[in-house]
Ligand binder design. Structure first.
Ligand SMILES: Cc1cc2nc3c(=O)[nH]c(=O)nc-3n(C[C@H](O)[C@H](O)[C@H](O)COP(=O)(O)OP(=O)(O)OC[C@H]3O[C@@H](n4cnc5c(N)ncnc54)[C@H](O)[C@@H]3O)c2cc1C
Length: 169
């Protein structure tokens, strides 16, 4: 069983930022993600892919509506190539997710893939390790023990580690 000060369930913008901050504050930190890639809704299916597609459709709009005004003439028709747009979107998503892998490595955060669930207040189970082949990044452990930090204790630890709150007069 691996032991951690903090285990974060979910690697979306909420989870990965929390994990990085905990690691920066000196806590031994792990993150559990049920999907194969990190980044949650935002990076995989939400903000990033939707903005990548918007970017492509914006270029198409510019080419069909505004290029002539700027003195750019296109001979023939301009056709959207949806397959290529989707391939580019996939590449943007892949690069962005790799950026989160890099941040986890850089901050020495252990990444576990699988559906995390609580066994008790200090123990988290990750059943994926039993069922599916592990990616090379996944550490072998059936259970993670969150050694010291419960939510209340985390608040206490945070108070000890962080500078005192600024007072506004
Ligand atoms: C189409 C779309 C476009 C969007 N565009 C924008 C935008 O432009 N700007 C913006 O600010 N926001 C945007 N959002 C919203 C943004 O995606 C969310 O606000 C953000 O992802 C929330 O982050 P989160 O970390 O709270 O949750 P999520 O990103 O949902 O991450 C939660 C993660 O936890 C994992 N998880 C959950 N339970 C478990 C478990 N038991 N074990 C292991 N893993 C688990 C999930 O697989 C997921 O990866 C968009 C959303 C959508 C759907």
């Amino acid at each position: 069983m691996s032991k951690y000060d903090v285990v974060v369930i979910g690697s979306g913008p909420g989870g990965y930022v929390a994990a990085i901050r905990c690691a920066q504050l000196g806590m031994k930190t792990a993150i559990i993600e049920k999907y194969d890639t990190l980044g949650g809704t935002c990076l995989n299916v939400g903000c990033i892919p939707s903005k990548a597609m918007l970017d492509s459709s914006h270029h198409y709009h510019e080419a069909t509506h505004n290029f002539t005004k700027h003195g750019i003439d296109i001979k023939g028709t301009v056709n959207p190539n949806l397959e290529q747009m989707i391939a580019r979107k996939a590449e943007v998503v892949s690069q962005t997710c790799s950026g989160i892998d890099f941040l986890m490595d850089k901050n020495k955060i252990d990444v576990h893939h699988g559906m995390g669930s609580f066994v008790d207040k200090n123990t988290i189970k990750n059943p994926r390790t039993e069922k599916k082949p592990l990616s090379k990044r996944t550490k072998l452990s059936l259970q993670l023990e969150v050694n010291r930090i419960t939510f209340q204790e985390w608040n206490q630890t945070k108070r000890e580690l962080l500078p005192p709150p600024r007072r506004w007069n």
